[in-house]
Design a protein around this ligand. Structure first.
Ligand code: B12
Ligand code: SF4
Length: 475
C-alpha cells in the first residue's frame, strides 16, 4: 500500500523553511510497520496548487493524507475537489488541528473526503492503513471519523500516546532540503501545554483524547536523536517545536536540566532554539541552557497590559514579561517576542497600553538580541475558549472554515484595520525584499500599489467599512 502525506501550506516568504514533524512521525510509524509512505511538502518545494495536483496524480497513492491547519483549510479542500475531478481514486484522509475540531462538518460538506484522523495520528493512521489494506472494518479504529454508506461514523477517541519514547524517530527525508534552504532541524521533546490561553487550541486538541495532556520523552531518548542528527547534519541548529520547552512543575525543570547534562556528558556541540512562557524564565536554568547551546528563545509575551493578559488568560503579569526580558538580556540570549496587538475586547486604553509597553521595552527588541513578532489581531480558532466566548455573545460570523469578529469599540476597529494592513501586507514586502535582496523598487512599488486597490475592492473590506459606518453603541 502506497501512502502519500501532503503538507499543502503555501510557502511564506517571511518564514524559514521547516519540516513537518507530525507528518515525519506518521511516516516513520508506517515504515516501521512495513508500509511505504512519502511526504510531499508544498511550502518546502514551493509548489503551486496546480503543480501539487500534478505530482499527486503522478504518484497515484492508495491512501492520501493531508495535514490541515485552519489557515489552509479552504485551499486544501479546493485541492481535493480538483484531484477528484481529475479522477483520483485514493482514500483521502485528513489530520491535524483543523480536522480534529470539525470532523463531522467536513465529511458532511465535502463528499470528496473519506475519513478524518482525530488527535495524535500515529497509531490511528497505522490501523487505518492496515484496515484498508486487508479489507478490515474501520469501526474498530479508535480516533477515526469516516463515511459508512450514507452515514458518518464517529469512533471513540484514541487515548494519547502514554510513552513517547516508544515512537520511532521521525523520518528525515525533508531535512536535507530544509537545511539547504537555510532552515533548522525540528525536534520534539514533549507534547502538550499546561497553559490554557484563550486564543490557543493546544489544550482543547489534547483534551479531546483521554490521557495525560503534557508528556515528555526521556532526556536520554531526546539526546540520542540529537546525537544521531548532529552526526548526520553537522553544524545545523535545532529548533525544539515543543509548545513549552520547560514542562510544568519540578518534573519539567528536572527534565530540562537532565537533557542539558546529557548533551554536555556526550560532548555534543550544538545550538538550539526553544519556545516558552515568560514565567518559565529563571536565571540559573537559562544560564545552564545557554551553556548547552541555547541560542534563541521564542517568548509568549502576548500583551503589554494586565487587562490584555487577563483576557487572554495568560496567567502572567506585565512585570513577569519585563522580568523575563531582563533575565535573557543579562544572560546574553537572543529572543523573539510574540505579541498580539488586538483582541476582540481591545479598547483605546489597552491599545495605548500596548504601545507604551513596546516603547518601554524597545531597547530590548531594537537591540541586537531581540526580535518583535507581532500578530496584529487574534485569529479565532475552533476549539478555543475565545471561540466559545464570542459565540455565546453572538459576535462570531463566518463558519468553521474561518471565523470573523469585529472589535466592539469602533475606533479600535479602525486602528486594527490599518495595523492589519500594515503588518500583513506592507511590512512583509520590506521583509521579503531584505531577505531576498532583489529588484527592490520594482516589487515594492507593485506591492504598495496593490494595497489600496485591494482595500477598496475585496468584499471583506466592503463589509468592514460598512460596519464602521454604522452608528456606534452596543451591537
Ligand atoms: C512548529 C509549528 C509551526 C511551524 C512549522 C509548522 C509545521 N507544519 O510543522 C511554523 C512556524 C512554520 C508554523 C506556522 C504556523 N502555525 Co504553527 N505550530 C507549530 C507547533 C508549535 C508544533 C507543530 C508540530 O510539529 N507538532 C508536533 C507534531 C507531532 O504534532 P502535529 O503536527 O499536530 O501532528 C500530529 C497530529 O496533529 C496528527 N496529524 C497532523 N497532520 C496529520 C495528517 C494526517 C493525514 C494524519 C492522519 C494525522 C495528522 O498526527 C500527528 C502525529 O501525532 C503547533 C502547536 C502544536 N503543538 O501542534 C503550532 C500550530 C499547529 N500552528 C498554528 C498556527 C495558527 C500557525 C500559523 C497560522 C501561525 C501564523 N499566524 O502564521 C502558521 C501557519 C503556516 C501554514 N501556512 O501552515 C496553530 C494551528 C491552529 C489551527 N487550529 O489550525 C497551532 C496548533 C498553534 C496554536 N497555538 O494554536 N507552525
Ligand atoms: S502557553 Fe502557549 S502553548 Fe500554552 S496554551 Fe498558552 S499560547 Fe498555547
Amino acid at each position: 500500500v502506497r501512502t502519500l502525506f501532503v503538507d499543502p501550506a503555501p510557502r511564506c516568504g517571511m518564514r524559514e523553511p521547516y519540516e513537518h514533524l507530525g507528518l515525519s512521525s506518521l511516516s516513520a510509524v508506517l515504515s516501521e510497520k512495513g508500509y511505504q509512505a512519502e511526504i510531499l511538502s508544498a511550502p518546502l518545494l514551493n509548489d503551486s496548487p496546480r503543480r501539487l495536483v500534478k505530482k499527486i496524480i503522478r504518484f497515484d497513492p492508495h491512501i492520501l493524507g493531508f495535514s490541515v491547519k485552519e489557515i489552509n483549510a479552504r485551499r486544501t479542500l479546493r485541492l481535493i475537489k480538483t484531484l477528484r475531478h481529475a479522477g483520483l481514486q485514493s482514500h483521502i484522509t485528513l489530520g491535524g488541528h483543523f480536522p480534529t475540531f470539525n470532523p463531522i462538518q467536513i465529511l458532511q460538506d465535502f463528499p470528496e473526503v473519506d475519513s478524518i484522523v482525530r488527535g495524535e495520528g500515529e497509531y490511528t493512521m497505522a490501523e487505518l492503513v492496515h484496515a484498508l489494506d486487508n479489507g478490515g472494518p474501520l469501526s474498530t479504529v479508535r480516533g477515526l471519523t469516516y463515511r459508512e454508506g450514507n452515514d458518518i461514523a464517529d469512533n471513540p477517541p484514541r487515548p494519547l500516546i502514554e510513552d513517547l519514547d516508544r515512537l520511532p524517530f521521525p523520518s528525515r527525508d525533508m531535512t536535507p532540503q530544509v537545511i539547504h534552504h537555510g532552515g533548522t532541524i525540528g525536534i520534539s521533546a514533549s507534547r502538550g501545554c499546561y497553559g490554557n490561553c484563550s486564543f490557543c487550541s493546544i489544550r482543547s486538541f489534547y483534551s479531546a483524547s483521554p490521557g495525560q495532556k503534557w508528556r515528555s520523552r526521556s532526556p536520554r531518548h531526546v539526546v540520542d536523536e540529537i546525537e544521531m542528527l548532529a552526526s548526520r547534519f553537522p553544524q545545523t541548529p535545532f529548533t525544539f517545536i515543543d509548545d513549552q520547552f520547560i514542562g510544568p512543575g519540578e518534573k519539567g525543570k528536572t527534565n530540562v536540566l537532565d537533557t542539558v547534562s546529557e548533551i554536555q556528558k556526550r560532548g555534543l556541540s550544538i545550538q538550539f532554539i526553544v519556545s516558552c512562557r515568560v514565567d518559565a524564565i529563571e536565571e540559573d536554568l537559562f544560564a545552564s541552557l545557554k551553556a548547552a547551546g541555547l541560542k534563541r528563545v521564542f517568548l509568549g509575551v502576548e500583551s503589554g497590559t494586565q487587562q490584555g493578559l487577563d483576557r487572554l488568560n495568560k496567567k502572567t503579569s506585565v512585570e513577569q514579561n519585563k522580568r523575563a526580558l531582563k533575565i535573557l538580556d543579562a544572560i546574553g540570549l537572543e529572543y523573539t517576542i510574540a505579541f498580539i496587538f488586538f483582541d476582540p475586547y481591545s479598547t483605546m486604553k489597552t491599545v495605548k497600553g500596548n504601545l507604551e509597553f513596546l516603547s518601554d521595552i524597545r531597547t530590548h527588541w531594537q537591540g541586537k538580541k531581540g526580535v518583535l513578532s507581532i500578530e496584529p489581531s487574534i485569529t479565532v480558532h475552533k476549539g478555543t475558549p475565545i471561540e466559545r466566548h464570542l459565540r455565546s455573545e453572538g459576535r462570531l460570523s463566518g463558519n468553521y472554515l474561518g471565523y470573523r469578529y469585529t472589535i466592539e469599540d469602533r475606533k479600535v476597529q479602525i486602528v486594527r484595520t490599518i495595523v492589519d494592513c500594515l503588518i500583513r501586507r506592507i511590512l512583509p514586502t520590506f521583509h521579503q525584499l531584505r531577505i531576498k535582496g532583489r529588484s527592490i523598487t520594482k516589487r515594492m512599488k507593485k506591492r504598495l500599489a496593490s494595497v489600496p486597490l485591494r482595500m477598496r475592492m475585496t468584499p471583506r473590506r466592503k463589509r468592514c467599512i460598512a460596519n464602521l459606518k454604522k452608528p456606534s453603541g452596543p451591537p
